[in-house]
Ligand binder design. Sequence first.
Ligand SMILES: NC(=O)c1ccc[n+]([C@@H]2O[C@H](COP(=O)([O-])OP(=O)(O)OC[C@H]3O[C@@H](n4cnc5c(N)ncnc54)[C@H](O)[C@@H]3O)[C@@H](O)[C@H]2O)c1
Length: 547
Amino acid sequence: MDVILVGLPGSGKSAVGRRLAQRHQAPFIDLDERIESRAGRRIPEIFAEESEAVFRAHERAAIAELGPPDREPAVARVVATGGGAVVDPRNRWALYRDRLAVWLDGRPEVLAQRLRRSPNVRPLIVGRDPVFAVRELAAKRERYYSAATVRINGVPEIHGVLEAVEAAISAWRNPPTRLLDAETAIGRYVLGEGIAATEIGAALRRLEAGRAVLVSEPGAWVAAGSGIAATLAADGWPVEHVLLPQGEDAKRLAVVEEAARALARLHVERSEPIVAIGGGALGDAAGFLAATYLRGIPFIQVPTTLVAQIDSAIGGKTGVDLPEGKNLVGAFHQPATIVLDVAVLGSLPDRQRRAALGEAVKMAALGDERLFELLERDGTGIAAGDEATLESGALAEVVERSGWAKVEVVVADERERGPADGRIRLNLGHSLGHAFEAAAGFGDLLHGEAVGYGLRAACAIGEALGVTPPERARRIGALLDRLGLATSPLPYAVGTVLGHLAADKKHAAGRLRWVLPTADGVVVRADVPADVVERAATGQLATGSPA
Ligand SMILES: NC(=O)c1ccc[n+]([C@@H]2O[C@H](COP(=O)([O-])OP(=O)(O)OC[C@H]3O[C@@H](n4cnc5c(N)ncnc54)[C@H](O)[C@@H]3O)[C@@H](O)[C@H]2O)c1
């Protein structure tokens, strides 16, 4: 096996790693030393004379050079990483997958004291108050370190630390890969590969549940739910399950009533959580069930579609449809934990995957340059369900970047009441997107496909108003083209589309705020003239002339 040591500067990774390697007569790899020999200069010089970005590129290359993980039980290599190596999702994928990742933790005050005495210059700390700097790094990076296989206190004298690492080595059974583990104001967010059952178990234990009550639907049940149920049962959990109808049919009040009665028959109590396993429709309906049954019970979201993983499971919007419109009855109800397991996405139909990337393009357009490049390079492979995009970590990175960006926006503005840069940003491509979706009768067009058309229309509006530079609009359009999204005009009358837009406007108390792309993000404008909107909508329609 490979033992990977991660943690903040000063946590003792090099000292512990060297001693551990000696004990096991295994090679010791200090990634910072490798970077220095690749670059031919010391790390502080790379930071000072080049940039942090150049250092990070060397770091990524040094991690890639580790090659595939060793899978034998004996310790084959011990690797000490630089403190920031795990910030990059692809580094974490390489360092945590099939490897024993040990987080050497310690109180920032103690680490800062060690750094003061250390002869090594740490570029992110130097010249600052070390306690403050370490605390800041700890807050920023905790979610990355927390995903390591084990957390060990690195502060006691080295012998004790080594013994704790030895115990972790003996206990190691190659568990599923965790990539991110964050405690946030909108619930715990855990991302990984193959983690669904173990993380549901952990979340149930945290909620002091006595059994696992799973709420799912036939499609997600076959793809993921039944396997999760079997693993939970094998782990000793009493398991119950309630199945709602598949697809949008789950989002009906009559279905929620039926499901609430099933919970009542199971004697589900006020503090007992339910586990929602499925895509966006199932999550919305089961979330609403959790929000209203006994005036609100805890729930765990286990999204099984790409749309749900990057979008709908995050943010706490739950609800059902009425014949008069989608999502007209609902509640804000945050899950206690969101478990995102990219392994369950393998069975998704291509069309579902492709459509979900419409939301990922939106997240990239909000201002994540790296996500943009990732989608430009790997988007078509992800859309086609190419196994290589799972193996390389590209799929997990798209889920992390899109999903985490949503977490940050929602944490800052949970109920969509904030200023221009609040939760409304997430509506990029959605105003006309919703109108196109409604014109299609919420059947012919998947949500992400509609968002693709909405994004093109938002670019057209932005260009007309002079806020979207033509090259930005071209780049967004070219990415949508590559992904095969919104490539042929829609067969609806513009009057129908604008009618749906007017209905949305009424629900928004007469105020339609447009989110429009800029050179590297978005602006919100409430002053878009009706003729500009009409031209942008018409641009996506085959009819080509206003009705
Ligand atoms: N709450 C929010 O913030 C939010 C945001 C965006 C979208 N949504 C809602 O999400 C819904 C659309 O999401 P969706 O497409 O995930 O809906 P969905 O739940 O209907 O799933 C789509 C289909 O995929 C199947 N499926 C689920 N997991 C699978 C798997 N792992 N393998 C194979 N098939 C699987 C389902 O059985 C279903 O037929 C809409 O109702 C929309 O309103 C909500």
